[in-house]
Design a protein around this ligand. Structure first.
Ligand code: MLT
Length: 277
């Protein structure tokens, strides 16, 4: 785990290849953004599979994992932290992929700093804003986090994160995910719930993104239904959709090999399209 000071914070992150040189020359840079209520470890199994393919950088978002925070934030503040990390590390044009809430942050990033992004990965996520009828549940989650703490929120949410059969069939995956979720402070759960409630609609930003887009969906996602991922892919001609069978909302832990294949292809396509332009 590395850390640096930027944007008024101490940002913590994993970096698979701090020299950026790989063993066979310069590797493309892939930035992986985690979802809610998670941290960078949710990408461990994917990052491991991308060794030699990309320099993988996995920040903790503000308030999550080892990134301590004591102020409210919106999606834009999270994206601005990522931008500060990119500038401080002096990263070359990069590929950015986000899991669920990390996808909202990735879309905010490309809205503001598209010129430095050569490929976009959207994993178990959506480009639209919360519907008005979804907002009270965000308020309720924020209030529960404040009143009863992280374990109460996590025990309500954890059963919806994986494919329904995974809890019995893959207890190690379920337990590892639970441990990551329980690491999230209650204040961060409250702040992030409000931030997701108030996030913008990024559909236009997705449509105007000029580069390869990889959309990864879980066939059994209970949080972002497959139909929503299909509709998002249909709306963007440059997007490729991978639907992962027996997979819920947490594809990086449920189907890491398949996610690594999709992201490796995105890395290749992004490099090709940069050479062509
Ligand atoms: C996530 O996995 O990041 C969240 O479930 C996203 C959301 O609730 O909108």
């Amino acid at each position: 785990m590395y850390k640096l000071s930027a944007n008024g914070h101490t940002i913590t992150y994993h970096d698979s290849d701090p020299s950026g040189n790989g063993s066979s020359g310069k590797l493309p840079t892939l930035l992986l953004l985690h979802g809610f209520p998670l941290h960078s470890a949710v990408w461990n199994d994917v990052a491991e599979r991308m060794t030699g393919k990309a320099r993988v950088i996995r920040p903790n978002l503000r308030g999550f994992g080892t990134f301590t925070n004591d102020a409210d934030f919106g999606m834009h503040e999270l994206a601005a932290d990522v931008r500060a990390l990119v500038l401080t590390l002096d990263l070359p044009p990069l590929i950015i992929a986000g899991l669920s809430m990390g996808g909202y942050v990735a879309l905010d990033y490309v809205r503001n700093w598209q010129e430095g992004v050569i490929g976009l990965g959207l994993v178990n996520t959506r480009s639209g804003a919360d519907a008005p009828e979804a907002k009270p549940a965000r308020d309720e989650m924020a209030a529960t986090a404040k009143r009863r703490g992280t374990p109460t929120v996590v025990s309500a949410m954890h059963p919806r994160m994986l494919a329904p059969e995974a809890y019995e069939q893959r207890p190690a995956v379920s337990e590892a995910l639970l441990r990551i979720m329980l690491d999230t402070p209650a204040t961060t759960i409250a702040r992030a719930s409000r931030a997701m409630r108030d996030r913008d609609d990024y559909s236009q930003d997705l449509r105007s993104f000029d580069g390869p887009i990889s959309i990864v969906a879980g066939e059994e996602d209970q949080i972002v239904p497959l139909a929503e991922s299909r509709a998002m892919a249909d709306a963007v001609s440059s997007a490729r959709l991978d639907v992962l069978p027996h997979c819920g909302h947490m594809s990086p832990v449920e189907s890491p090999a398949e996610v690594a294949v999709a992201l490796s292809r995105l890395v290749d396509d992004s490099q090709k399209s940069t050479l062509l332009n």
